[in-house]
Ligand binder design. Structure first.
Ligand code: NAD
Length: 501
């Protein structure tokens, strides 16, 4: 059972939708139970949105659109900065909610409020700094772009670092002048219950942001299917992403798809192996391994393979697994029993497919809750399912390589292409690998350190489109080109020479 002493203060008993600036139960009264991942005990009910609730939210967003989209850039930027202030003011409560609901260690959830606030501040800056494009054709014509907010945006988000990922979509959508409907993940709706008071405190006009809770196949699908929502920004699994792409064909929606990953960390023998080890351990076990950019395949050059994997296993076995609220905890509880069972399934599979070096099951000192030992598999063949499929837990696969070509080939040997990491002291080689690996993002001699100005996204089964900086603003906008003649254009004079009929 969960220890009630770990319950954060102010835990709501019900989590309603938020539509038109007011809390709203589902029109048909439906709810679903929400549990925490330590005792797997229900602690609240959330409203279970249907197509009718989604439509009410879309209508509220449509009503708010003319005023919000007409607001000057500076005024919108000021509103975004006020939202950032309101997020920061709830830093402690947000961290406590996130840790309670998702199982994320508290030391890691503490960074989420700061990152969420930073997303709003950053997009406020982008908004006021962003210019358009202009093109000149000699002395005859000038052309310039005009950006218009696209309308009502639909935002669909996953359960890993839910609040931060919601902010990553909310901030650019609002900056671009869209109003919107957010559908948070059903396993972790708690931190999203803070948005209404944050937006109210920031003075955001009613209906600018609307939140509909519910099940993906119901509320999420209704948002994807709604004809008056021209943009869908989705972060989640590749399987759901594929389904959404198919569904949204009917209304030809513009989509941004941030999907799954199975990112390689390539370690050459000439690398700073101590730094590489720290980075590999952090990259795959932080956020409970429930991280889209986790370096979950470690490819190591043969001469240092045995030593590196032995050290990796030794470090993994010393990672502190424990209650998410304990500041000493490095890996907490996985989000949900269904996900826990899924990851456990991969551990059983891994024992058949590869050599288990560390972990492999539940830690002995934690007989209850969704806890797993950080796990290392070595000698993982490239066609093994644990090498190919996203596990999304504290599990890492290691494999050796002999040449640079083989390293690239192995790095590219999965359907995914989100992130990649390369460790080497040969800078030219670092760049060669960076260019050859099929991924949307690659770090040389580093783990995932974000720069909000840079494009974020994946290739292959990891997604469509890029978010970040001006890319995000473009996504939530329609860009029009206006051509202006500076002198009379040459116009072939049709109808001049013929005879009239
Ligand atoms: P998921 O696909 O199960 O759910 C994501 C969201 O989609 C949830 O809100 C869910 O309710 C909704 N949904 C489900 N079915 C839907 C449907 N038919 N129509 C509309 N919405 C629907 O993903 P998850 O398990 O919550 O999240 C984990 C996945 O997210 C992992 O694969 C991870 O790699 C990925 N992820 C990717 C990134 C990235 O930036 N690339 C970031 C974080 C997580």
């Amino acid at each position: 059972m969960s220890d009630t002493s770990t319950r954060p203060e102010g835990l709501p008993k019900t989590i309603p939708h938020w539509i038109g600036g007011r809390p709203a139960p589902s029109l048909d009264g439906a709810v679903f139970e929400v549990s925490e991942p330590v005792g797997n005990t229900p602690y609240a009910t959330a409203s279970r949105g249907s197509a009718a609730d989604v439509d009410a939210a879309v209508q509220a967003a449509k009503a708010a659109f003319p005023a919000w989209s007409a607001l000057g850039d500076r005024a919108r930027a000021t509103a975004l900065n006020r939202i950032a202030d309101a997020v920061e003011a709830r830093h402690e409560r947000l961290s406590a909610f996130e840790t309670f609901d998702t199982g994320l260690p508290v030391t890691q959830s503490r960074g989420q409020a700061r990152r969420a606030a930073e997303n709003f501040r950053y997009f406020a800056d982008v908004l006021v700094a962003l210019g358009g494009e202009a093109f000149r054709q000699g002395s005859s014509q000038i052309s310039y772009t005009v950006r218009r907010p696209a309308g009502v945006a639909g935002l669909i988000t996953p359960w890993n670092t839910p609040f931060m990922l919601e902010s990553w979509k909310l901030a650019p959508a609002l900056a671009a002048g869209c109003t919107l409907v957010l559908k948070p993940a059903e396993w972790t709706p708690l931190s999203a219950s803070l948005w209404p008071e944050i937006f109210a405190e920031a003075g955001l006009p009613d209906g600018t942001v609307n939140i509909v809770h519910g099940i993906g196949e119901e509320a999420g699908q209704a948002l994807v299917d709604h004809p008056e929502v021209p943009r869908i920004s989705f972060t989640g699994s590749t399987a759901t992403g594929r389904h959404i792409v198919r569904s949204s064909a009917e209304h030809l929606k513009t989509l941004s798809m941030e999907l799954g990953g199975k990112s390689p960390a390539v370690v050459f023998a000439d690398a700073d192996l101590d730094a590489a080890l720290d980075s590999v351990v952090f990259g795959v076990f932080s956020l409970n391994g429930e991280r889209c950019t986790a370096g979950s395949r470690v490819l190591v050059e043969r001469p240092v393979y045995e030593e590196f994997t032995a050290r990796l296993a030794e470090r993994a076995s010393r990672v502190r697994v424990g209650p998410p609220q304990d500041p000493a905890t490095e890996v907490g509880a996985l989000v949900h029993p269904e996900h826990y069972a899924r990851v456990q399934g991969y551990l059983e599979l891994g024992r058949k497919e590869a050599r288990l070096l560390a972990g492999g099951g539940r830690p002995e000192h934690l007989p209850e809750g969704n806890y797993l030992q950080p796990t290392v598999f070595a000698d993982v063949p490239r066609d093994a399912r644990i090498f190919q499929e996203e596990i999304f837990g504290p599990v890492v696969c290691a494999a050796p390589f002999d040449t640079e070509e083989e390293a690239v080939e192995l790095a590219n040997a999965t359907p995914y292409g989100l992130a990649a990491y390369v460790w080497t002291s040969d800078l030219a080689r670092g760049h060669r690998i960076a260019h050859a690996v099929e991924s949307g993002m690659l770090w040389i001699n580093s783990h995932n350190v974000r720069d909000l100005r840079t494009p974020f996204g994946g290739v292959k089964a990891s997604g469509l489109g890029r978010e970040g900086g001006a890319h995000s603003i473009d996504f939530y906008s329609e860009t029009k080109i206006v051509h202006v003649a500076l002198e009379p254009p040459h116009t072939p004079r049709f109808g001049e020479g013929g005879e009239s009929k």
